[in-house]
Design a protein around this ligand. Structure first.
Ligand code: IVH
Length: 718
């Protein structure tokens, strides 16, 4: 048997050395074919197997690791290598706007929220949106202690050792910096540095697609010395926790960062009108090609920090900022085919298979076609799109890619349509399970009706279950899920979420060993089982999100978790709830409780109640609960204020703030805001002109205060 055929643990040191040399050469050659020639000759699975084998041999013979080892080169580093860091303040994202009119709307909505009269000055900053990776740098006693990536916004990855190698990031801050400060900004790579780096790397076979990936890959190195050799840069533009206020305006704080030794963007300006914002935007847009690093838009932020505070946040993004994105990049190519993907709810999405084409520096081979109407040239409300032109296989199409969004097909080139092309016929059966696919009245999507028998839906549900914001089980990617789902050996089969947690035990009892299966190996199997075991204790909101209930995304899962604290309470309430039938019916108490959770409306409540009253779902949940422990939602971060837990009604005219601001403020302070007065109301804030609600409150003996008194009461908690 040649060394290449031997299981890793049977190799002699000499054979291991030979194997590592062979693997290094083979991986480098395949990298070259893939990235430079765009012509891979082996499957992704076979390629992964080479890298896994290399890593396993290195784990057993660390002294034999070669200087040109593929494991030292970029490529997605195994996630989890960098420990988690919980952000003291979440790292939010920005809303996007695309047109000048959107910017006008944004400014108008800010003014409305703040109840600013038309003549009151409102200043914004405008600065380039850097296309890199956001980073939070925590300084304690003026020394850099932690650097963390954004991650999911609340938990990022600890990359401190690598960040310390970036010259533009100060290790120490001057005396005037506060004891605790988190400076946030963007790690990026200049385009010329990126090209030079790729040229160097071309010799080793692996190159990056664009400067952003290059910056990300360089930060994810296990060896900080490799990061040091990469030309990474940093712009500071925001902050997280601070032990004392940093200034009065966005502009001043950023300037202060500059004084502390950070690089700040010199294209940041203050603007006191929409027209000034747009002027700066168009100036930056015109300069874009000459700016030495990639940018994908302009960010506008309310300058005064007291106003930022009043404006606060929506679930993921601040109300006081927005990103004005540049127009997306486009390219022309040929549509080679249309495949149908079946999602976890059975939704059938058409995907365009394209002749590979570079759009804005990234090779695109797939694009979304949204739904069957879109292909036929019909828009969401039945109106014609693309002047009613349909899309056919063989057409020359225009592809658009904007930021991280999935590329889409905008239009076809009619003159290039082949004479023999035929309209695309959307399948009326599921391509995976053969069940009927139906399109309900008023819906744009066609869905497979196969439900539990449809393997595509089941696989997608499992993929969702292990995905990053759900159970986040590393080592269980698309390929592995498909492998386990289709495994012939019952000891290796995973059909339902609970099976993931019984996998280890089942295969230990069986004669089949996962580590002997192609594509796995001793090391990866151990890691996989470790990752699964790590998740036996899971946060409530993640657990709920993982179940894949319709309409329960991360935000709604969090809202429900915060309200019910324990999963058992949620399940019990949902099981007891009766969905109202028709108008006058208000549903029973359990229903009202769910429907009354802040931010949860009827549609979501109904989906939840239906889910927990379906026996198949209960079986899945029960089996899962036998394997994992759902942790109670932590009460940390729960605000305690004079109005927390109270139900408040605002009525009449408010003078210092808009109704929206009043509501947001009360909710931030832990109160529930209701639109009508009832026995459950604790407090009514009445302004001039208050009418029936005020009367009702007085009759019910509910405390009534005015706006002034409201501020006195909550003043210290703002
Ligand atoms: S401000 C609370 N300013 O864009 C908002 N973000 O789409 C904090 N980004 O995650 C972000 N340049 O990574 C801000 N000048 C800039 C930016 C910028 C790039 C990134 C950042 C953020 C993402 C949101």
């Amino acid at each position: 048997m040649s060394p290449a055929e031997k299981p890793v643990d049977q190799l002699t040191p000499e054979e291991a050395g030979e194997e590592l040399a062979r693997l290094a050469a083979e991986i480098a050659e395949n990298d070259r074919l893939y990235h430079l020639e765009d012509a891979p000759v082996i499957s992704d699975a076979a390629y992964d197997a080479l890298r896994i084998r290399n890593a396993e041999i290195e784990a057993l013979f660390p002294e034999l690791v070669r200087v040109d080892s593929p494991s030292l080169k970029v490529g997605p580093a195994p996630t989890g290598t960098f420990g988690p860091v919980v952000h003291a303040r979440p790292m939010l994202s920005l809303d996007n706007v695309f047109s000048d009119d959107d910017v006008r709307d944004f400014v108008a909505s800010v003014r409305r929220f703040l109840a600013f009269p038309p003549d009151q000055e409102l200043v914004f900053t405008a600065e380039p949106k850097i296309d890199g990776l956001s980073m939070s740098l925590r300084y304690e006693r003026r020394r850099l202690v932690t650097a963390a990536t954004r991650g999911d916004g609340s938990t990022g990855e600890n990359v401190t050792a690598n960040i310390r190698t970036i010259k533009e990031i100060p290790e120490r801050l001057p005396e005037d910096a506060p004891d605790v400060v988190e400076v946030r900004g963007e790690v990026y790579m200049r385009r010329d540095d990126f090209m030079a780096l790729n040229q160097r790397m071309a010799e080793t076979g692996r190159v990056f697609a664009n400067p952003r990936n290059s910056a990300a890959g360089s930060l994810r190195q296990l060896d900080p010395e490799i990061t040091r050799s990469r030309p990474l840069k940093f712009f500071a533009y925001a902050w997280g926790e601070t032990s004392e206020p940093l200034g009065k305006t966005q502009y001043d704080v950023v300037r202060r960062f500059g004084d502390w030794g950070f690089k700040v963007n010199d294209r940041m300006v203050r603007c006191d009108s929409v027209e000034a914002l747009l002027k700066h935007y168009h100036a930056i847009e015109a300069e874009r090609a000459d700016i030495p690093y990639d940018i994908d838009g302009v960010v506008y932020k309310v300058d005064r920090l007291d106003l930022q505070e009043r404006l606060g946040f929506r679930s993921r993004s601040p109300r006081w900022a927005t990103a004005h994105k540049f127009a997306a990049e486009k390219a022309m190519t040929v549509l080679n085919g249309i495949d149908i993907q079946v999602g976890r709810t059975g939704a059938m999405t058409p995907v365009a298979r394209l002749e590979p084409v570079t759009v804005g520096g990234v090779v695109v081979t797939n694009a979304t076609l949204h739904n069957e109407d879109y292909i036929r040239g019909i828009g969401n409300t039945g109106q014609p799109i693309r002047d009613g032109r349909d899309i056919r296989v063989g057409d020359t199409v225009i592809v658009q890619r904007a930021g991280d969004v999935i590329p889409q097909i905008l239009d076809i080139v009619p003159e290039k349509r082949p004479a023999d092309s035929k309209p695309y016929v959307f399948p009326d059966r599921c391509p995976v399970c053969g069940s009927h696919a139906v399109r309900e009245e008023g819906e744009a999507v066609r869905r497979c009706t196969g439900g539990l028998i449809c393997s595509a839906q089941a696989v997608e549900r499992l993929r969702h279950f292990v995905s990053r914001n759900a159970f986040d089980i590393e080592g269980l990617g698309e390929k592995q899920i498909e492998f386990f789902f289709n495994a012939e050996d019952p000891a290796l089969r995973v059909r339902s979420p609970a099976d993931i947690f019984t996998l280890k035990e089942r295969q230990e009892r069986s004669l089949t060993k996962l580590e002997n299966v192609d594509g796995f190996g001793a090391v990866s199997v151990r890691k996989l089982f470790g990752a699964i075991d790590d998740r036996r204790n899971i946060e409530f909101s993640r657990f709920l999100y993982a179940l894949g209930i319709r309409h329960i995304g991360e935000t709604n899962a969090k809202r429900l978790a915060r309200h019910f604290i324990g999963f058992a309470a949620l399940m019990e309430t949902a099981r007891a709830a009766e969905i109202p039938e028709g108008k006058g019916d208000k549903g029973n108490a359990a229903w009202q409780e769910i429907n009354g959770v802040n931010g949860i409306g009827g549609v979501v409540a109904e989906a939840l109640v239906e889910f927990f009253n379906e026996s198949h779902n209960l079986e899945v949940v029960d089996a899962l609960l036998a394997q994992v422990k759902v942790l109670d939602e932590e009460r940390v971060g729960e605000v305690s204020s004079p109005v927390s837990g109270k139900t408040v009604v605002f009525t009449g005219a408010l003078e210092k703030m808009s109704r929206d601001e009043a509501k947001a403020m009360a909710e931030r302070l832990g109160a529930k805001v209701s639109g009508s007065v009832s026995k459950k109301t604790d407090l009514v804030v009445a302004g001039p002109g208050a009418g029936s609600k005020l009367k009702q409150a007085t009759e019910l003996g509910i405390e009534v205060i005015d706006e002034e008194q409201w501020f006195e009461r909550v003043g210290n908690n703002l």
